[in-house]
Ligand binder design. Structure first.
Ligand SMILES: [Zn+2]
Length: 460
C-alpha cells in the first residue's frame, strides 16, 4: 500500500467523515455482514425499514400526512402489510418539484446536504439528503467496489460530468482528489486532443478502478485501441459504469482495452446508486437502503422475469423521504440465487436502445445522456426557466428542442442550451426551439428527453 493510499484510508477519509458527521465506515461494516444473511432475514429487515420510513413520513412530513389522510390510512397501525402499502399513493417528479417544502420533515434535526438531479426526464429537481442517507449510500458503493477487490483509499479514476465553475473550483477539487487518491476528469473534456493527455495520466497513476459514464470511458477505449496504446500492466480491477445505459459492444471494447470486467451501478440522481453488479454479472439491489417495486400498467407487481416500471422507496432519508417514487425506468425482478453467494435480491434494467444515441455527420456518436448535463448547467444558470425539455434529432445535423417554459429567463436559458449543445456536438448543427405546454409520456410511462429520427448508417 502506498503512503498516499494509507493516508487517504486511515486519516483523510475518516477525518472528512467526522467533520460531516457521517458514519459510512460503520454502515459499511453492517452492509458487509448483512449481504451474507439469508434472503428471508434480508427481506424482513427491509420491510421493517419500509414501515419505519412510511410511518415517520405519514406522521411528520406534510405532503404524506395530507396524501395519506385523504385515503383514510391509519398510521397508528405501524405493522402494516404489503397489501396495505400498495394502496398508498405513488409520487412523481412533478409532485416533488411543485411541493418541495412539503416533502421536508420539519422535525428533523441534523446535518442536511443539498443536491440537484441531472434531469433525466428533462426536468431538474432539488433534493436534500440527511447524514443517514449519505452514510449508507457511500457504504453501499464502497461495498460494491469491495466485491471487486477495490479498497477504500486505493487509486481511483473518475470520468464524469463535472463542470468547473472557475479556477478556484478546479483547484479545490484537485486538492481534494489528491488526498482522496483520486484522479478526476470531466467527461466534457473528452475530445481527441485531451484523450492522449488523460491516458498518459492514467498510465502513470495506475488506478485500481475507473468509474464513470460508459460513453466517456468508451471514447477513451476507442482512442486507445485506434492508436495501439494498450498497456497490459495497469492492474485495473474493474471499470464501474454509471448514470447511462451502455451497449454490449461498448462494454466489450472497454473490457478488451482495459483488460478487466465492467460492472454497472444503477440508481437515480434523486437518491444515488442502489443497485450494483457483482463479479457473477448479476445486479444486486441494496435492500438495506431501498425498496423497489416493478409495476405493470395497472399498478400491479410483475412476476420475476417480467418487466415493469420502477418505483422506489428510499429507506434512509428521514428528512426528505421518497416513497413509491416513479423513477422513469423499466426493469424487472429476477428469481434465484446468485453464485457469488450474496443474498441481496436480483433485478435487471432495460438497456440502451439505438434511439438513445446521437449520431453526427462526421461519424462521431454521443450518448444522449450528455443532454442531461447540459440541462443541469442551464438550470443552474437560469433556475425555473425550462420546466421540461425534449430533444428530437430530426436529421443528421438538425435538432428540435421542445421546451415547457417556466417563470424564469426562458430566452436566455434557450440560448445557453444552444451554445452548450453546439460546444458538445459541433457548431454545424442546426437547433430549432419549439415552446410547448407539456411533453407527453411514452406508452411505457417513461418521459423521454431524447428521440432520434436518424438511423445509423442511413442518415436522413
Ligand atoms: Zn452476485
Amino acid at each position: 500500500m502506498s503512503l498516499r493510499e494509507s493516508f487517504s484510508r486511515h486519516i483523510y477519509w475518516p477525518l472528512g467523515q467526522k467533520l460531516k458527521g457521517e458514519y459510512a465506515a460503520r454502515a459499511f461494516k453492517e452492509l458487509s455482514e448483512s449481504q451474507w444473511k439469508s434472503q428471508d432475514e434480508i427481506l424482513s429487515k427491509q420491510w421493517q425499514m419500509v414501515r419505519r420510513i412510511v410511518n415517520k413520513a405519514a406522521q411528520e412530513v406534510p405532503y404524506y400526512r395530507q396524501a395519506y389522510r385523504c385515503i383514510g390510512w391509519d398510521f397508528n397501525d405501524k405493522e402494516f402489510s404489503y397489501e396495505d402499502f400498495v394502496n398508498i399513493p405513488k409520487i412523481e417528479k412533478e409532485d416533488v418539484r411543485d411541493h418541495l417544502l412539503e416533502f421536508l420533515n420539519p422535525n428533523y434535526r441534523g446535518r442536511i446536504t443539498e443536491g440537484s438531479t441531472s434531469g433525466s426526464t428533462g426536468q431538474s429537481l432539488t433534493v436534500f439528503y440527511n447524514t443517514e442517507h449519505e452514510s449508507y449510500s457511500e457504504a453501499a458503493r464502497w461495498r460494491a467496489k469491495d466485491w471487486w477487490g477495490v479498497k477504500l483509499g486505493s487509486p481511483h479514476v473518475a470520468l464524469w460530468g463535472r463542470h468547473y465553475t472557475g479556477y478556484k473550483d478546479r483547484l479545490s477539487q484537485q486538492i481534494k482528489s489528491y488526498f482522496m487518491n483520486f484522479l478526476l476528469f470531466s467527461a466534457f473534456d473528452i475530445r481527441q486532443h485531451s484523450l492522449k493527455k488523460i491516458w498518459k495520466k492514467i498510465c502513470h497513476f495506475k488506478p485500481h478502478i475507473i468509474y464513470g459514464y460508459p460513453s466517456a470511458i468508451f471514447a477513451l477505449a476507442e482512442y486507445i485501441k485506434n492508436n495501439n496504446l494498450t498497456s497490459p500492466k495497469l492492474g485495473i480491477k474493474v471499470i464501474m459504469i454509471t448514470a447511462e445505459s451502455s451497449s454490449t459492444d461498448q462494454r466489450r471494447l472497454i473490457e478488451e482495452v482495459f483488460g478487466c470486467k465492467t460492472a454497472n451501478e444503477y440508481g437515480c440522481s434523486e437518491t444515488g446508486g442502489f443497485v450494483y453488479e457483482c463479479p457473477e454479472g448479476n445486479w444486486h439491489i441494496s435492500s438495506e437502503l431501498t425498496f423497489i417495486e416493478f409495476l405493470d400498467q395497472k399498478g400491479k407487481p410483475v412476476s420475476p422475469g417480467e418487466r415493469g416500471e420502477i418505483f422506489l422507496t428510499h429507506l434512509r432519508n428521514l428528512y426528505m423521504p421518497l416513497i413509491r417514487y416513479r423513477v422513469g425506468d423499466i426493469g424487472g425482478p429476477l428469481a434465484g440465487k446468485c453464485d457469488c453467494g450474496r443474498n441481496l435480491p436480483l433485478m435487471e434494467v432495460s438497456v440502451a436502445k439505438e434511439s438513445d444515441i446521437i449520431h453526427l455527420a462526421n461519424g462521431e456518436s454521443y450518448m444522449s445522456g450528455d443532454l442531461l448535463y447540459i440541462n443541469k448547467s442551464v438550470m443552474k444558470a437560469y433556475p425555473s426557466s425550462i420546466l421540461r425539455f425534449r430533444v428530437t434529432q430530426k436529421s443528421i445535423d438538425s435538432f428540435e428542442i421542445e421546451v415547457v417554459p417556466g417563470a424564469g429567463q426562458v430566452e436566455k436559458a434557450e440560448h445557453l442550451f444552444e451554445q452548450l449543445m453546439k460546444k458538445q456536438l459541433g457548431k454545424k448543427i442546426q437547433i430549432h426551439f419549439k415552446r410547448v405546454t407539456s411533453v407527453e409520456r411514452e406508452l411505457s410511462g417513461k418521459l423521454r428527453y431524447f428521440i432520434s429520427e436518424v438511423k445509423k448508417n442511413h442518415p436522413s
